[in-house]
Design a protein around this ligand. Structure first.
Ligand SMILES: [Zn+2]
Length: 87
């Protein structure tokens, strides 16, 4: 079973450490292109203020071949490749 992912963005302070970005491979649901992207499973917004645009960039990936934008939190991990659930 592919593992479903959940993004968490903490707004409160505390000892939570912001997770380092992780290099992932995304499988495009539109054209099946596989491309590299960066994923940060957790961001502490109180330690690291970011804009909505930055947040959107961090939570989506854009296919270099066809331009299809996918939301990383809608993807599931199948082996080393991130792909759209049910797609
Ligand atoms: Zn594509």
């Amino acid at each position: 079973m592919p593992l479903a992912l959940k993004l968490t963005f903490e707004r409160k302070g505390g000892d939570d450490v912001t997770s380092p970005p992780e290099k992932i491979t995304v499988c495009c649901p539109a054209c099946s292109e596989r491309y590299g992207s960066w994923f940060r499973p957790s961001v502490n917004l109180s330690l690291e203020p970011i804009t909505e645009e930055e947040l959107r960039e961090m939570t989506t990936a854009t296919c270099p071949a066809c331009g299809r934008v996918v939301a990383l939190d809608s993807l599931v991990v199948d082996g080393d490749v991130w792909t759209v659930a049910g797609g």
